[in-house]
Design a protein around this ligand. Structure first.
Ligand code: SF4
Length: 262
């Protein structure tokens, strides 16, 4: 299986389906994914077993970002977005909030107009420091892959202690602070598990409670997408465009801005 792992703290720019020209920030080790989820579709592969290398320091991230933005400016380029993504869950870094502050400062100095976005699975919203960092972003893109906890457990494979209801309520409590920055992202896929059982999170039993979560959170923005690259689980399949479109029609009755990536 080929997986994508980033060997630097700052990578790209890359052209993202969902975000445009994106300069990426990877706060995780270069030699294996570290995440509080272990999604069956993760482009970085499954979580690293055993000890990982050290995480990049705050100073290393700021230094690499400053160099990358200066290089782009010299070439007459500017990223549409600086995206926290990379080899796992960015909010696991203990200096996430400080690095967010550095990043916003460097963006203001060297790439004004570029957005700062964070792709996160929302598992660390119980930490006030993480929340403070997240609230500095222009777009906090929070993952909710189903309205059914059993599907989240099967597909995203969260670390122990995860509760979908708790995550939804934490996002709800954050709505005022995030304002227009709040974006929900949902990956739709189908797959067959090791026991031969077929799963599909675009089925009504998943989508109906998921729409209920959208009603509760009333986010200004929603990103619906499906897999685009090789996945660690071989049986993983794309959700067809017509199914994504039909889900988007229903979501648009709740969310003002819904994008679909096929
Ligand atoms: S939350 Fe993101 S980084 Fe973590 S396992 Fe899922 S897709 Fe990979």
């Amino acid at each position: 299986m080929s997986t994508i792992l980033f060997d630097k703290a700052v990578f790209g720019p890359v052209r993202s389906r969902r975000l445009g020209i994106s300069l990426g920030i990877n706060l995780l080790p270069p030699d294996g994914k570290v995440c509080s989820f272990d999604c069956l579709y993760c482009e970085c592969g499954f979580n690293r077993r055993g000890a990982a290398s050290a995480l990049p320091t705050r100073e290393e991230v700021a230094g690499q970002l400053e160099s990358a933005l200066a290089r782009m400016a010299e070439a007459g380029e500017r990223p549409d977005v600086i995206t926290f993504a990379g080899n796992g869950e960015p909010t696991l870094h203990k200096c996430f909030a400080e690095i967010m502050r550095d990043t916003v400062g460097l963006r203001d100095k060297l790439a004004p107009g570029a957005k700062v976005c964070v792709l996160t699975n929302a598992t660390r919203l119980g930490d006030p420091k993480v929340v403070d960092g997240l609230c500095l972003t222009d777009e906090a893109i929070l993952k909710i892959d189903s309205g059914l906890e059993s599907t989240v457990a099967a597909l995203d494979r969260p670390a122990a202690g995860y509760s979908l209801d708790e995550v939804v309520e934490r996002i709800y409590a954050l709505r005022g602070r995030l304002g227009k920055a709040l974006t929900i992202q949902t990956m739709f896929v189908s797959w067959t598990d090791d026991e031969g059982v077929e799963h599909d999170n675009s089925r009504e039993e998943d989508v109906a409670p998921w729409l209920g979560i959208l009603r509760r959170l009333a986010p200004p923005r929603l990103m619906i997408y499906t897999i685009d690259r090789e996945t660690p689980l071989k049986t993983m399949a794309k959700t067809p465009p017509a199914v994504l479109d039909a889900i988007a029609v229903r979501a648009r009755e709740i969310v003002p801005e819904v994008s679909v990536s096929y």
